[in-house]
Unconditional design. Structure first.
Length: 114
């Protein structure tokens, strides 16, 4: 299983970015896809995740600003990030999990300038 993430970049505070992550390979139809982030010196933390049935989960710090969605036919997960803050600056990683298996994509840098 491979995950290809894209969409990071540099944006001013208050701006928006949209991340995408496409999974390929042998993937169970029932799975959870999510986004995590890790800033230098910090632990990797959950940003948001979504199961194949559509149930979502968000970190408190992004509720009301970020929206996670997915296209099951494309095995792709999206993260729409609005009202970005400098503290959202981090490397964002996507993950897919099914059964006992979990796979990570390469990180994509998001930098929010003040």
């Amino acid at each position: 299983v491979q995950l290809q993430a894209s969409g990071g970049g540099l944006v001013q505070a208050g701006g928006s970015l949209r991340l995408s992550c496409a999974a390929s390979g042998r993937i169970f139809s029932v799975n959870c896809m999510g986004w995590y982030r890790q800033a230098p010196g910090n632990r990797r933390e959950l940003v948001a995740d979504i199961i194949s049935g559509g149930t979502t989960n968000y970190a408190d710090s992004v509720k009301g600003r970020f929206t996670i969605s997915r296209d099951n036919a494309k095995n792709t997960v999206y993260l729409q990030m609005n009202s970005l803050k400098p503290e959202d600056t981090s490397i964002y990683y996507c993950k897919i999990q099914f059964g006992v298996y979990r796979y990570w994509g390469q990180g994509t840098q998001v930098t929010v300038s003040s």
